[in-house]
Structure formats: structure tokens, C-alpha cells
Design a protein around this ligand. Sequence first.
Ligand code: PHE
Length: 346
Amino acid sequence: MSVLHQLKTSFEEQVQRAQNLNDIESLRVSILGKKGTLTEEMKSLGSLSPEERKSRGGELNTLKDHILSLLEEKERHFEDKELNEKLASETIDISLPPRPEMEGKIHPISQAIDECIAIFGEMGFTLREGPDIESDFHNFSALNIPAEHPARAEQDTFYLPGQGQDPLVLRTHTSPVQIRTMLKEKPPLRIICPGRVYRSDYDATHSPMFHQIEGLVIDKSTHMGHLKGCLEEFLRRFFGDPDLQVRFRPGYFPFTEPSAEVDVLWKSGNGDSKWLEILGCGMVHPNVLKNCEIDPQEYQGFAFGMGIERIAMLKYGIDDLRLFFDSDLRWLQNYGFGNYERSLIS
Ligand code: PHE
């Protein structure tokens, strides 16, 4: 048997005996490494005659390729084996019950605001927002509520520290947004302004922070009939009752004249019904228009404002306002809204 043939057989046996990837690596070093058996054979070619070198060189190269492919094949075999063992030991038991997962819910206040926006949106109103921290001017003076006016006390205002000519307050209503809009934009206007408002008051029907939505329409021939029609339509759609009875009573607000309070006839489960006050409204006072550089001889309009908590409590059957802001996840799971109800809004 030739030396080369012996080498070949011995290499093949060694590869055959390899047990793992480490063995393969050591074999690669012992055969083909710097001092490997085959490498030494290659080095010895230098001492041969050119003729012999050529034929033996060719044979050695063939042997090298052969050994390399054997090593590679064996290496792949061990890699596959390792992967299969790993997969087998890590199988997932699909019969296990899934871990309970909590689905997020939309807060009823957000839901109610979105429903209002959708209904007024279809009536052609667009959305405006303003800051929670307001100047006395936007929250009171421009709305025809001068200093010492009793309405300031009635609204239980939170004043921010540092008093000047125009102190800062936490806005007591969303009406300053109508002032900001009239100062910035030209009529005709048809806007709604939802947002947080603040008053120093706390019991089952009052929270120091709550939400209002304000509406404002300014045009050349807007009148009280438009106001009535708009609010009746809104209330019937919001409460989902085309026959809902709506009542307008005379009221007073410094920023509207005439002013009205609006009630709905609410039917409770046992067949009883009673009038519930829902919102305030009126024709925008000429002084307010003047304060916003709008000529009351040319333009007039109406405004309304209502508490979101109040209409949400009625519509969704929630009886304590404080629950809205307790951040109790069990409450939110029960009273919150999922994707299905959301899809009904638009
Ligand atoms: N801003 C009033 C309030 O907070 C509500 C209102 C708005 C009344 C617009 C009339 C017109 O009570």
C-alpha cells in the first residue's frame, strides 16, 4: 500500500471516530494545521525533483480536498444533531392554557367626548382647544365678567400664585377657548371646544377637575331658533332617543343674552321621569363680541356649554362622579369601552 493511500485510510478512520464538533476541530488542526500531517507532506515536496513534485503535489491536493469535504460533512452532521437535540428539549406545550391578558379600555369620559365630537362634526362644527392655565382676561374679563362680579366667586376659582393685573387661573370653564378663537379667526365660526376645567368643589356630583364641551356659532343671521334646533338634535342623538323631550328655561350668564338652561325629561327604569338640567346656553352678549373685535351690528351667534361627566353618567348609568377619577382598573374594565363601541362612533 502506498504511503499516500495509508494516510488516506488513516484520516478516514479518524474522521469516522470523531464524536463531536470539538473532535472535528482537533482533526482539522492535526491534519491540515501548520504542523499537520498533510501539511508536513506538502512541505516535503520541496526536496523532490520537478517531475515527482508535480505528480505527488497533485495527489496530495486531491487528498487534501477529500479530507476537507469529509470534515465538512461530519461537521454539518454534528451541527444538525446539536440543533435537533436543542429543539427536542425546548418543545412548547401548546396544551397549556394561555396566561390571562388584560385588554385596555377607553375611559367613559374619552368615549363621551368622542361621541360629542362625532355628532357636532356631522353638523359642521370643527374642534378647537386651549390651555388649562388661563389668564383672568380670557377666563373672565373678555367674557363680560368684570372684577368683583359675583360669577367669579360662584365659579370657585383656583388662582395661581403671584397676582398682577391679569392673574393666572386654572380655567373654570371652556368658554375662554371661544374668546381665543374669536380673537384669532374671522367669522363665520362654528366650533366646539372640549377640555378639562377646574373649580374648588368636591362631593358625589362635583370634582375639582372635570370636563366641559363648549360650542360657539357666529354668523350674520344666527338666531335663537338655530340654537334650539342644534341642541335638540344633539341631545336626541347623544342619548339615542329621537323623541327625547328637551326644555329651555330662562337663565343667566354674563356672556350670553338672552340665556337659557336646558333640561331633558329623563325616564328612569321604573317608569318615573323627571327634568334634569344638562347645559347652559344663550346668544353671545354684544360686549363679548366687542371684546373680540367683532362688530355686533354685523355678526351675532350662540354659545353653549355642558359638563361631560353629567351626560356620561346619565348615558352610561354611572352614579358617582368621583369614580371617574379613582383610577380603579376593575371599574374601568366594567365601564370602559372596547374597540367595538368605538367603531360605532364614526
Ligand atoms: N361657561 C358656562 C359654565 O361653565 C356654560 C355656558 C357656556 C353657558 C356658553 C352659556 C354659554 O357654566
